[in-house]
Write a protein that binds this ligand. Structure first.
Ligand code: IPM
Ligand code: MN
Length: 368
């Protein structure tokens, strides 16, 4: 299997967590005899500093020329005074648009080993397995008009969706649900917004093509509450861009840390993979960053771009084992016994070790 990955490490903790993720991909390649190559590109604050723009053309070209794009994080407080179109985040929105992926998959899992890290009670978080399907190219993030008139003290952003944009992301959600627990929860604000009424009507229509999948609708405000109260009730959660941004961070509470959450964006020319967490400038370079979100993102690369489902699972299992063994970065070191605080790099090494053991075992099984 050959795979060319564009690595856009970005700002803050981006480079340090991405290094651990690419190490894991290299290990999978080596253990399985695959040919993975990596090319690096600039994005975000580092790109502004070095080239004057948050997304240089060279980065777009290298990304479009790859089989998968693995992104670390963007964002640097140094650029806080700039308008949204000039900030590091603009680079991220532009690469999303350039690659064209519209369905951002954000799994949120309640790990038993991490139940002490979540402020929620273990009986609420245990066994939770939610997959958010966040629409990534529409809504307030990209709608026009958008401006801030400093004379009139007025600003505007536009939440706009077309039927086709809803159809394509809804299909992704139903397809995924039909291979899981067969339930889609569509989240909107249809009691107030026309956009949400279009969303709800369209999703209801698409659901007819998937008779084995149950569809329910939730308003975003009460959904925010249900996610904390009864997270086990949800399987696939389908929603528009901003609601998905907010709810997926909220769901980080279930796992215990935003640092645990991976994501994959599919449906475009090249899939884009990024952990849900940001650049965390306050801990950048301290070795405190949790690389597991990035490593689980690497597992999604294996699943969705390399077709290596078994290896994707092996990486996820390795993460699971390392957590069971008690290894913790600072963000997940709350409570529990036999906890051992480790650095970003050490955590990566432990996952690597667990992975090598499980792949060795699999190969030994195949050999007999
Ligand atoms: C995310 C982030 C981004 C978003 C920012 C950095 C533009 O919060 O991926 O969730 O809002 O989509
Ligand atoms: Mn976010």
């Amino acid at each position: 299997m050959r795979l060319k990955v564009a690595v856009l490490a970005g700002d803050g903790i981006g480079p340090e967590v991405t290094r651990e993720a690419t190490n894991i991909l290299r290990a999978v390649a080596e253990l399985g005899g695959h040919d993975f190559t990596f090319v690096e590109g600039l994005i975000g604050g580092v790109a502004i500093t070095e080239t004057g723009t948050p997304l240089p053309t060279a980065t777009v070209d290298a990304s479009l020329d790859s089989d998968a794009v693995l992104l670390g994080a963007v964002g640097d407080n140094k650029f806080n005074s700039l308008t949204p179109d000039k900030r590091p985040e603009a680079g991220l929105l532009q690469i999303r648009q350039a690659l064209g992926g519209f369905a951002n998959l954000r799994p949120s899992v309640g790990y038993k080993a991490l139940s002490a890290s979540s402020p929620l009670r273990p009986e609420v978080t245990e066994g939770v397995d939610i997959l958010f399907v966040r629409e990534l190219l529409g809504g307030l993030y990209f709608g026009a008009p958008r401006w801030w008139n400093k004379e009139s003290n007025e600003a505007i952003n536009t939440m706009r969706y077309t039927r086709d944009e809803v159809v394509r992301v809804a299909r992704v959600a139903f397809e995924l649900a039909s291979k899981r627990r067969k339930k889609v929860t569509s989240v909107d604000k249809a009691n107030v917004l026309e956009v949400s009424q279009l969303w709800r009507a369209t999703v209801t229509e698409i659901a007819k093509d998937y008779p084995d999948v149950t569809l329910e609708h939730q308003l975003v405000d009460s959904m925010a509450m249900h996610i904390m109260n009864v997270p086990r009730n949800f399987d696939v959660v389908l929603t528009e861009n901003l609601f998905g941004d907010i709810l997926s961070d909220e769901a980080g509470v279930i796992t215990g840390s935003l640092g645990m959450l991976p994501s994959a964006t599919v449906g475009g020319a090249v899939n884009l993979y990024e952990p849900v967490h940001g650049s965390a400038p306050d801990i950048a370079g301290t070795g405190k960053a949790n690389p597991l979100g990035a490593i689980l993102t690497a597992a999604m690369v294996l699943r969705h771009s390399a077709g290596l489902e078994q290896d994707a699972r092996a990486v996820e299992q390795a993460v699971f084992k390392v957590l069971e063994a008690g290894y913790r970065t600072a963000d997940i070191a709350r409570g529990g016994e036999n906890i051992q605080l480790v650095s970003t790099q050490e955590m990566g090494k432990h996952v690597h070790q667990a992975l090598a053991e499980s792949i060795d075992r699999r190969q030994a099984l195949h050999a007999v």
